[in-house]
Design a protein around this ligand. Structure first.
Ligand code: NAD
Length: 484
């Protein structure tokens, strides 16, 4: 049962700099649209490079005082922010659904998940430890301390407008870093709302700024070049991540990169097939397929492939498409016309090359950026969707016969974020988990994100880990003090 949301959307939303709202230096705004029908939700202030300078000025000015606050005080602000997010969950969820399109039930799930990072890192803020030891030679003592890295630039994507922000903001604030967030231009309203909520929890002015803009490179480049910036943390495509890594190299900046994925989802013949189909629905269709952890290639042992395909097809056919605000909706629109065209292009390419369509396969005519839930099989080996991130409601099922064959196929990608395996055998689960080139492996489960676990990828899927006890380390610098 979805509670009726309050109407949260402002017609004009301003930047958040130095603890208050302000218009862009140019006075310009840009439209944010509802992907369910393309209608205007709000005009949002369009940050300029000057606004970027105001934000880094504010972050640098607040840094030393913020890092000197008692860990317990930082923890209490984060904890209060978590409480406020929980109290205002319907308003935040309605904002996410309005600008991103996912069903309200999923937006409420994101608020619960995204809010948890504030609670988790409130608990981590008071557990930042160093160490003390005697040198092996006996000639000295070693003191190791942790200090906040310093002002941090966080750049976030549109697919989880709240959680991709809180997964960075919470550990950075807990560690004692000030933060400038550049949210995705499609979904800035959620981040602006979050900044106001964290501010009302007692965060000092200037510690957190939010800069929506239609010129991300122009606004962030001078911030990255500014000697006062200490770190970039980014979630988004591998292409953009590489651009930012090049820019960071010029300043030898600390970086954390959560980039694209191409997750294999492997069903062995000894798996519980009902559980495997449930897992595939979760891993494929969570967030409408617009997740970096989404199952991109579903490998099923040929012995059980027909049965799996029939069940998956029936489940996909049963999904109710519609506006995220409708209680019956299970699948919302894609984020934009461009993204829908990307998905349609990948499906068209596979079908032209010989893939078989079990259900769906087409763009939905009419308003909004909807694409039919789709199941494909007999995918030719040169189909682009085997190597490119689909980011939409399209399940590509591929048969296999041998374990070594499927491991080699699963690893034949430059990505290495998530992977999933379904099997009843513990030995096989551990052997295959070890052999898969991925930062995270789900065994007999389709959802793996957990606030207490390290999230991140290998290969071109990224650098560093978010959440878990590892998450705060990304915002801490180690200092060694040599003592007599
Ligand atoms: P994107 O890279 O196009 O954009 C992400 C962010 O970067 C946006 O805020 C955008 O404005 C900004 N940006 C783009 N170009 C920039 C530049 N030159 N300088 C500075 N900022 C720039 O990605 P997207 O299409 O919005 O998001 C989808 C991608 O994000 C997918 O590839 C997905 O896998 C990835 N993603 C990864 C994770 C993860 O944790 N690994 C989580 C969610 C999404």
């Amino acid at each position: 049962m979805i509670d009726t949301p309050e109407q949260p959307i402002k017609r004009v939303a301003e930047l958040w700099i130095g603890g208050r709202r302000r218009p862009s230096a140019s006075g310009a705004t840009f439209p944010v649209r509802d992907p369910a029908d393309g209608s205007l939700i709000a005009e949002v202030a369009d940050a300029t490079p000057d606004d970027g300078r105001f934000a880094i000025d504010a972050a640098a000015a607040a840094q030393s005082e913020w890092s000197a606050t008692a860990p317990r005080d930082r923890a209490e602000i984060l904890h209060r922010a978590w409480e406020l997010i929980s109290e205002r969950r319907h308003e935040i969820a309605a904002t996410i659904t309005a600008e991103m399109g996912k069903p309200l039930s999923e937006s409420l799930g994101e608020v619960a998940y995204g809010g948890e990072f504030l609670r988790w890192f409130a608990e981590e803020a008071v557990r930042i430890n160093g160490r003390f030891s005697r040198s092996p030679s006996g000639n000295g003592n070693i003191l190791v301390t942790k200090q906040p890295v310093g002002p941090t630039l966080a750049i976030t994507p549109w697919n989880f407008p709240l959680a991709m922000g809180t997964r960075k903001i919470a550990p950075a604030l807990a560690a004692g870093c000030t933060v400038i967030v550049k949210p995705a231009e499609e979904t800035p309203l959620t981040m602006l709302l979050l900044a106001e909520i964290i501010s009302s929890a007692g965060l000092p002015d200037g510690v957190l700024s939010v800069l929506p803009t239609t010129s991300p490179a122009a606004v962030t480049s001078p911030i990255i070049a500014d000697p006062r910036l200490a770190k970039i943390t980014f979630t988004g495509s591998t292409t953009t991540g590489k651009i930012l890594l090049h820019a960071a190299a010029d300043r030898v900046l600390r970086t954390s990169m959560e980039l694209g994925g191409n997750a294999p989802f492997i069903v062995f013949d000894d798996a519980d097939l009902d559980a495997a189909v449930d897992g595939a629905m979760a891993a494929k269709m969570r967030n409408g397929g617009e997740a970096c952890t989404a199952a991109n290639r579903i490998y099923v042992d040929n012995a059980v492939r027909a049965e799996f395909l029939a069940e998956l097809t029936s489940r996909m056919q049963g999904l109710v498409l519609g506006r995220g605000t409708s209680e019956s909706t299970q699948l919302g629109p894609l984020i934009s016309e461009r993204q829908r065209d990307v998905v349609a292009g990948l499906v068209g390419d596979a079908v032209t090359k010989g893939a078989r369509v079990h259900t769906g396969g087409r763009t939905v005519e009419g308003a909004g950026y909807f694409f039919e839930p789709t199941v494909l099989s007999e995918i030719p080996s040169d189909a682009r969707l085997l190597t490119e991130e689909i980011f939409g409601p399209v399940a590509a099922v591929i048969g296999f016969d041998r374990e070594e064959e499927v491991i080699a196929a699963a690893n034949a990608t430059e990505y290495g974020l998530a992977a999933y395996i379904f099997t009843d055998g513990l030995d096989r689960a551990l052997r295959v988990s070890g052999a898969l080139e991925a930062g995270m492996v789900g065994v007999n489960r389709g959802i793996i994100s957990d606030v207490a676990a390290p999230f991140g990828g290998v290969k071109e899927s990224g650098l560093g880990r978010e959440s878990g006890s590892e998450g705060i380390e990304e915002y801490l610098e180690t200092k060694y003090i040599a003592l007599r």
